[in-house]
Design a protein around this ligand. Sequence first.
Ligand code: ZN
Length: 330
Amino acid sequence: MAEGATKGDFYVGVDLGGTKILAGVFDPQLNCLGRNKISTKSERGADEVIDRIARCVRDAVDECDLDVKQLRGVGVGAPGAIDVSSGRVIFAPNLQWQNVPLKKMLEKDLDVPVSIENDGNSAMLGVYETELQSKPRHVIGIFIGTGIGGGIIVDGKLYSGYNGTAGEIGHMVIEVGGPKCNCGNQGCFEALASRTAIFRKITAAVKDGQKTLLTDMLGPELNDLRSGDLRKAIRKGDSFVEKVVEEAAEYTGIAVANFINIFNPQTIVLGGGVIDALGDEMMAIIVETAEDYAMSGTSKGIEIVASKTGDDAGIIGAAVLARRAAKEKS
Ligand SMILES: [Zn+2]
């Protein structure tokens, strides 16, 4: 057992994604003691996925030589619209879930208090409480991965809106008549700047005969393309890949400018797999574009920074949720 900790002082944070489930075990100071990852298998239906979440939590805890009975809580960041008070997933297109009582089912399985939240909101909370030490009062978090999630902190509190679904920043329309989005709309931020959008643009161009180093690296079908491959190609001088990534950075900068105009936050923090892999290539363009598009004088002193938490933001944020819920109870 970790030094200074007593029985019942541990938390597990779960990052539930469309393709993988990540669980991290944390001590009371939110140091990560160990983690576990399994595939989601969403095609098998909600019951089976919830079984898998429970198994992923148990195995992560076991790897740390702990027992589930020593947990004070489990937090889950889930994709989609969440009813936080009842712990139901209202709608999660990536999991093909509708109205799933995730909290209730997991509590029954694990016999531990469970808190759930939208994944973008929970990642925002994680970065806010750990990396930013809850210091800035107004913060916007933008997490760019397979999709784009985010969170809004106003006056030190997560802003959840009237129906609790605020912070769906990936579905802010940036280009009218632009590419189709998973949500059914067109021209959403997510459809323009997510990893999925960037990869779609690259594969379509390659099909049309575009030359790129990526085909030398991965073959003509670009099998198993990752964000890190884009970075490698750019650093080897691939101007086509560089241009596609620049365009995504420009769209992100426009999104940031909208947030500056509407919220005038103190800090805008960017994270997720795409920023992790391509931060050096994208951040300067994001900042420059944001300053170009924000109303004159409004961006003065605002920090636009890349998160250092990386892909762990999901599990850390979920652990923060669990710790918050335990503190509210005690
Ligand atoms: Zn959308």
